[in-house]
Design a protein around this ligand. Sequence first.
Ligand code: DC
Length: 229
Amino acid sequence: MDTAMTQRKVVTIDGPAGAGKSTVARQLAHRLGWSFLDTGAMYRVVTLVALEAEADLENDHVLVEITDTIQPRFVDGHVFVGDRDVSAEIREPRVTRAARYAAGNPGVRERLVHWQRAAAEFHDLVTEGRDQGTIVFPDALVKFFLEASDEERAMRRFRELIAKGHDIEYEEILADQRRRDQEDRTRAIAPMLPAEDARFIDSTGKSLEEVLDEMTRVIHPLLTSITGE
Ligand code: DC
């Protein structure tokens, strides 16, 4: 398939949950003046709608049908289904736990990949997920794989959930995260993998600014060489 014809400039950021992909991608997009795509939110929104419909998540066909009926909108970091802002709901632990069904469903993935490529038709894009550099945008300008230690990632998630009022143990989050990492890595379809030409960045102990500076140092010379700016 030729995605290069219509595709604008794309920077991909893949990696495990909690490495800071979302914040980094949003801020990097802001620095570059590009759009930002949180592809995990797409799997989450399908999952939320399926949970609310009490659908059988293991039934591939049902999840695909749901994906075909919803037309979520992603606006300024918010996610809408119809007029309803579901940005908070899609982050709930019940959605996080159940998202693996949508993520492992080939029909759902095919449709979401289509949404993701469509987003790059008209805008330069910083996109984050698991398969952005490997499958969705193999011709991306730069592909990052953002990591952090298990403990730091779990601690970030713990603080986030506690701040939202959830009653949850750090150990539980760490164990849950390890299980989900393993599922993401070993999934039959689109497993979480660094692209062959990915640049690894470890955000453990680094500030957001440090990570952004590291990325910008890679991107700018490439941009200059293609735009001559
Ligand atoms: O990054 P996140 O935690 O919001 O991702 C939610 C779920 O979607 C998680 O199970 C991983 C999956 N996912 C995926 O399979 N491919 C992507 N490009 C993004 C997320």
